[in-house]
Design a protein around this ligand. Structure first.
Ligand code: ZN
Length: 475
C-alpha cells in the first residue's frame, strides 16, 4: 500500500509559525523521507515577503501541493463557488486558485502535485478547474467510489482516504498520550492495507499546531469574519519543550509507519504517476456487456464494469462509448477491436423530465447519435440535453436508448423503431454524493459563514456523479 505523508502548511497569522515546516522538512529529509507539504499560496508569498528563503529551501526538498490560495480568508472555496453555475464556477476557481499554483511553481521550482482541500471548503468545480490548470490530483476529496483509495471525478484524480493519529497534534506534545495512541494508529494503517486499499494519506500535522494550541483561523476567520491584519488575535503558544517533544514523536510515528511490512512511503507527486490515466481502450466485444449492464437496472450506475480502461468507466464515458458504437455500427463493415474511453464531464444542467415514451426510426436515431458524439467530442462534457424532435432529451434516456439500440442491432434494420423512454437524470449515487460531500461536511467547518448556500454546490456535485469512476494503478 502506498502511503503519502500529509502536512497542511497554512498559518497566515503567526509569523513564527514559519519555522515549523522548515524544522519538520529538515528533520524528515535527514531521515530520507519525502513528505507532501500542502502549502497555502498566501503562506508561500508571506515567506517570500519576509525573506524566508531558508524555509522555502527546506520545504522544497519535499513534494509541494497547493493547500488553496488563501485557505480560510473569505470568500473560501465553497463560498466563492456557492452561487455559481458550472462554466462560471470553473472560471472562478481558475481565477482564485491559479495565482497560488503559479506562485508555488515560481518559489519552489515545482508545479504543485495536488490541490488539497482546506478544512471542508470544497466544490465540484474545483477538480475540473485544477485539472485544467495542470494540477494532476486533488487530496482530501469529498467524493469517492470503489475501494482503492482514489477515483476520477470531474476529470480529476481524487484521493479521498486519509486519517491521522488520535488526538491530532496535541498527542505529539505529550509522551504518554503518544505512547497510548501509536499502537491504535499502526493497527488502523495495517487494517487499511489488509482491506486492499492501494493508497492512503497519513495525515501527519498542521505544522502550526505543534506550536499553537488553537487554530489561527478559528480565532480570526470564524464564521465568515475577516479580521484585518493589524487586529490579528494570537493563539496560546506551547513551550519549547512541548514543541521539541512534538517533533520527536512525529518523527517516531513516521518511522514506525515506515517500518510496517507492505507499506511504501511515497510523495503525492510520485503516487500520481502510479495511477493509469482515465479511460483507455475498451474491447469492442465487451460493449454488449456494457450495454446489458446499462439495461440491467432502471437506474444509472456509476461506474459500469468493462473490459479494459482499468475495469470500469463512468456513466458519462458509458454514454459516450455506446453513442459512438451505434454510429460505428451504422457505418457498416468490420467493427474495430476497441473504442477509446474518454474523460467526459457530467452535464451542467439537469434535463427536464421526459413525460412519456416515444418511438422513432433507427436511421433517424443514428443521426441524433452522430450529433451527440460530436457534441461530446467537442466539449468533453455531456450536454444537458439533446433536442430530439424538438424535445429536450437528457443523458439518462439517451444512455438507455443507445444501449438497447446497440444490443438489438444485429436482429433489426433501419425501419425498426427505437424507443426513447423516461429514465433517471443522474446516477443512483448522486444524492448520496451530495449528502456526504456537501450537506454533511461544509456547514461544520468553523470558518464557513453560517448562511453558506449549499443548493447549487449540491446540484453540481450530483450532476458530476456522471463522471465518477474508480482510478486504477498502472499495470
Ligand atoms: Zn488547512
Amino acid at each position: 500500500m502506498y502511503l503519502y505523508l500529509c502536512f497542511d502548511v497554512e498559518d497566515l497569522v503567526h509569523p513564527d509559525s514559519d519555522d515549523i515546516p522548515a524544522d519538520i522538512a529538515t528533520m524528515l529529509a535527514d531521515d530520507g523521507v519525502v513528505a507532501s507539504m500542502y502549502v497555502v499560496g498566501e503562506k508561500a508569498r508571506l515567506w517570500e515577503r519576509r525573506g524566508r528563503w531558508d524555509v522555502i529551501t527546506a520545504v522544497a526538498q519535499h513534494d509541494v501541493g497547493l493547500h488553496t490560495d488563501h485557505h480560510s480568508v473569505h470568500p473560501t472555496a465553497s463560498e466563492y463557488l456557492a452561487d455559481k453555475g458550472w462554466d462560471d464556477g470553473v472560471a472562478e476557481a481558475l481565477a482564485q486558485e491559479g495565482p497560488g499554483a503559479a506562485d508555488l511553481a515560481r518559489l519552489f521550482g515545482q508545479f504543485p502535485s495536488s490541490w488539497a482541500t482546506s478544512g471542508s471548503s470544497w466544490a465540484p468545480q474545483i477538480p475540473a478547474a485544477t485539472r485544467q490548470m495542470g494540477i494532476p490530483a486533488n487530496v482530501y476529496a469529498h467524493v469517492r467510489t470503489g475501494d482503492g483509495g482514489a477515483c476520477w471525478y470531474a476529470g480529476q484524480l481524487c484521493y479521498g482516504e486519509y486519517f491521522g493519529i488520535r488526538g491530532g497534534e496535541n498527542t505529539y506534545c505529550d509522551d504518554a498520550a503518544f505512547e497510548a495512541a501509536l499502537p491504535d494508529l499502526l493497527a488502523r494503517v495495517e487494517a487499511a492495507q489488509r482491506s486492499g486499499l492501494a493508497c492512503l494519506g497519513l495525515f501527519c500535522a498542521h505544522p502550526t499546531r505543534l506550536r499553537y494550541t488553537t487554530f489561527w483561523d478559528v480565532l480570526n476567520f470564524f464564521r465568515g469574519e475577516n479580521t484585518p491584519e493589524a487586529e490579528y488575535k494570537s493563539a496560546p503558544r506551547r513551550s519549547d519543550e512541548e514543541y521539541a517533544t512534538a517533533l520527536r514523536n512525529l518523527r517516531r510515528m513516521i518511522a514506525a509507519v515506515r517500518a510496517l511490512p507492505g507499506v511504501e512511503i511515497i510523495s503525492t507527486r510520485e503516487l500520481n504517476s502510479r495511477f493509469a490515466g482515465e479511460g483507455g481502450p475498451v474491447a469492442w466485444q465487451s460493449l454488449s456487456g456494457l450495454a446489458e449492464a446499462v439495461l440491467s437496472s432502471e437506474g444509472i450506475a456509476a461506474p459500469y464494469p468493462v473490459e479494459g480502461a482499468g475495469g470500469s468507466v463512468s456513466a458519462a464515458a458509458a454514454l459516450d462509448l455506446l453513442t459512438r458504437a451505434v454510429v460505428r455500427l451504422a457505418q457498416g463493415g468490420a467493427p474495430p477491436t476497441a473504442l477509446l474511453s474518454r474523460s467526459i464531464l457530467g452535464p451542467s444542467e439537469l434535463a427536464p423530465e421526459l413525460p412519456k415514451s416515444f418511438e422513432m426510426g433507427r436511421r433517424a436515431f443514428v443521426g441524433y447519435c452522430q450529433e451527440l458524439a460530436q457534441q461530446i467530442g467537442a466539449s468533453s462534457q455531456l450536454p444537458a440535453w439533446l433536442l430530439v424532435d424538438k424535445l429536450p432529451i437528457g443523458p439518462g434516456p439517451l444512455l438507455k436508448a443507445c444501449a438497447a439500440t446497440f444490443l438489438a442491432w444485429k436482429s433489426s434494420h433501419d425501419g425498426v423503431l427505437v424507443e426513447i423512454a423516461p429514465a433517471p437524470g443522474e446516477p443512483d449515487v448522486a444524492a448520496e454524493l451530495a449528502q456526504r460531500g456537501i450537506y454533511d461536511k461544509l456547514p461544520g467547518w468553523p470558518p464557513h459563514r453560517p448562511d453558506l448556500r449549499l443548493d447549487l454546490l449540491a446540484k453540481h456535485t450530483r450532476l458530476q456523479s456522471w463522471s465518477l469512476a474508480p482510478a486504477s494503478l498502472r499495470a
